[in-house]
Design a protein around this ligand. Structure first.
Ligand code: FPP
Ligand code: MG
Length: 314
């Protein structure tokens, strides 16, 4: 994502400064590794989204900043665990903890970072905020479990359910929380949750296209990880759906050897184009949700965000 917008830069700086101040341990060995984990910042898409939703309903960045820090911390914790699950070796351009240390260390640090997020969440003085966060975490874990347990070729509907749980859930919570922390209640919270769900779906679908058409150096994570880890995503679902089931089974029986053939099929059958169109439909849905806010005149603030979402290369 190209962060040209200075407001976005401020948000990322604020969030990662706060994460840094919160991410401390009295145990020097733990503290040292925590510093290493957060040297690389994330793209801050969820906090940026929260700031935009806050702006939409008349809230200030400061009123929702802590919520954004909680959300971004949960996201970071989930990636530490996800890299163990996916056996990934690179994240944000550097070796993952599981490669640098071990799965054992990764799981424990993921737990630690996750716990820091929860402790911070409990300092938000609105019980509903913690509930919103808990609902999202439960769905994230369910999504990650379903993805890991699924070892057959899934259809589009199953894929959408999985990514809704593993990814859109945290975006939905981000939207809802942004409204709540802006001091607004009622239908706008529900709309913002729906908006986040759509944004999260578009985000993950684009992420899944990058696995096929992105560049490792630019993305800071390896290409073709989904194929190698057996994660069936939309480009491949679309591209292989007309193949006889025994051929599909054979392809996925030896995923490493089939990477070239699978990526060739994705290219030939326009898997990336299909998935991008689908992501575009979710963005269109998001625009329509924004129109249902009474402040729809300010929906222009989202234009650049949607553009970033659809055209990002990392
Ligand atoms: C990245 O997906 C992973 C997620 C969106 C969610 C991961 C969720 C968990 C591990 C469970 C929740 C855990 C905690 C601690 C809250 P991806 O593999 O498609 O993305 P990638 O290509 O960036 O790895
Ligand atoms: Mg992964």
């Amino acid at each position: 994502m190209n962060l040209k917008n200075s407001a976005n830069t401020v948000i990322i700086r604020d969030v990662y400064n706060d994460i840094g101040s919160n991410m401390i341990s009295s145990e020097p060995l733990v503290d040292d590794i925590l510093r290493q984990i957060f040297v690389q910042r994330g793209k801050g898409i969820r906090p940026i989204f929260m700031a935009l939703v806050g702006e939409l309903v008349g809230g200030s960045w400061e009123s929702l900043r802590k919520g954004a820090v909680v959300i971004e911390t949960i996201h970071n914790a989930s990636l530490i665990h996800d890299d163990v699950v996916d056996k990934s070796r690179l994240r944000r351009g550097v070796e993952t903890l599981n490669i640098k240390f071990s799965n054992r260390i990764s799981v424990l640090f993921g737990d630690f970072v996750f716990m820091k997020a929860l402790s911070l969440a409990h300092t938000i003085d609105i019980p509903e905020a913690v509930h919103i966060i808990n609902v999202a975490i439960e769905r994230m874990i369910e999504g990650e479990i379903s993805e890991s347990l699924t070892n057959e070729f899934i259809d589009e509907e199953t894929y959408l359910k999985i990514i809704g749980n593993k990814t859109a859930s945290l975006f939905a919570a981000s939207g809802e929380l942004a409204v709540l922390l802006s001091g607004v209640d009622g239908y706008k919270k529900d709309l913002a949750r729906e908006l986040g769900e759509s944004v999260g779906m578009a985000f993950q679908i684009i992420d899944d296209t990058l696995d096929y058409n992105g560049e490792t150096d630019v993305m800071g994570k390896p290409q073709f990880m989904d194929v190698i880890s057996g994660n069936i995503t939309l480009p491949v679902i679309h591209s292989l759906k007309r193949l006889p089931s025994d051929e599909v089974e054979a392809l996925f029986a030896n995923k490493k050897d089939s990477v070239n053939r699978i990526t060739a099929l994705v290219k030939r059958n326009d898997g990336i184009e299909y998935a991008s169109e689908k992501a575009g439909e979710y963005v269109q849905n998001a625009r329509e949700i924004i129109d249902r806010f009474e402040e729809k005149k300010t929906s222009a603030v989202f234009d650049e965000f949607f553009d970033m979402l659809m055209t990002r290369v990392c």
